[in-house]
Design a protein. Structure first.
Ligand code: C5P
Length: 300
């Protein structure tokens, strides 16, 4: 038996961050879009839970018990009383420690794959509950599409979004630690609100499929903190603006920078400008929205 699953990375089209709470987390009001940089995971039966990781930057990903996909498989096994193991082979496309929730996509993919492999038959809602235990972004990797995230980012409601969005994704030569970016946000933001709000103008622009309006209202409360920790991002943002992007924003906790383009050709042109200016390690072209974690092939 083999199960092959794909799970998407995400972009935060807007990310409003509130004041740190007693549990250490920050209340969020974000609009997620799942994009076509995807993690592919192949699950096969094994005695224990093991993982291997391939793809660019694979050497940066732990393959021990700290791996989020391993934690997901173990959580599903203990929640359902399964005693079988699994080998997880992950092919990464989402930048590592880039603010696009690649590790969360791996965890969502592992939940879906092991549910199929072990025939545990959990509902999507039950899988979402387990996902939220693994990390704030894991439920969205399961959900996909376009959604508002509140709470820690794990409470989702779907958003009506028309049209297809083309992104140039500017990869940074280094990663940023999400907790560190939130800590810097705390230092920079003395009086953050307890109740961050979703950007209504963004929701209207998505409903209308008005790409230019979406570009104008992209926003991220963590951007200043990410730029302070990775000051070279100022140049990336400048070059992307000058290249005529409809909007430019740091994705999540960064340091990946995403640029909204008018179409695939425009996205490629922005990518060339970023590479020529030497402000990014590499570029990718991504399209959104795409579906959440799902089985794409199953044998045996
Ligand atoms: O939930 P997850 O494990 O992905 O979060 C990683 C870290 O990011 C947390 O330990 C916390 O420092 C920070 N975080 C936060 N507020 C959120 C989500 C994440 O402070 N809403």
């Amino acid at each position: 038996m083999i199960v092959r699953v794909r799970a998407p990375g995400k972009i935060n089209l807007s990310l409003a961050v509130g004041r740190r709470q007693e549990d250490g987390y920050h209340p969020l009001a974000t609009v997620f879009q799942a994009v076509s940089l995807v993690e592919e995971l192949v699950a096969t039966p094994a005695d224990d839970v093991t993982v291997e990781v391939a793809g660019p930057q694979a050497d940066l990903v732990p393959v021990d018990e700290g791996n989020l996909a391993v934690r997901a498989a173990r959580l599903l096994a203990s929640a359902t009383g399964v005693e079988a193991g699994v080998h997880l082979a992950i092919r990464k496309e989402v930048p590592v420690a880039g603010g696009m929730a690649g590790g969360s996509a791996d965890a969502a993919a592992a939940l879906v794959a092991c549910d199929a492999l072990w025939r545990t038959g959990l509902s999507r809602a039950e899988l979402a509950d387990l996902a939220a235990e693994l990390g704030s972004d894991v439920p969205f990797a399961l959900h996909g599409g376009t959604a508002v995230g509140t709470g820690r980012g794990h409470l989702l409601s779907p958003v009506l979004s028309r049209g297809e969005y083309h992104w140039t994704v500017g990869l940074s030569p280094r990663g940023l630690s999400t907790p560190e970016v939130f800590r810097r946000f705390d230092e920079l933001t003395a009086s953050a609100t307890d109740e961050p709000e979703v950007d209504e103008a963004l929701l209207r622009a998505l409903l209308a499929g008005d790409t230019a309006a979406v570009g104008r209202v992209l926003g991220n409360d963590l951007q200043r903190a990410a730029v302070e920790l990775a000051p070279e991002l100022v140049d990336t943002l400048d070059v992307a603006h000058d290249a005529g992007a409809l909007g430019v924003v740091v994705s999540g906790s960064g340091p990946t920078v995403v640029c909204l383009a008018e179409n695939a050709g425009h996205a490629a042109a922005i990518g060339r400008e970023l590479l020529d200016a030497g402000v990014v390690a590499d570029v990718r072209h991504a399209v959104g929205p795409v579906p959440g974690a799902r089985v794409v092939a199953q044998r045996g």
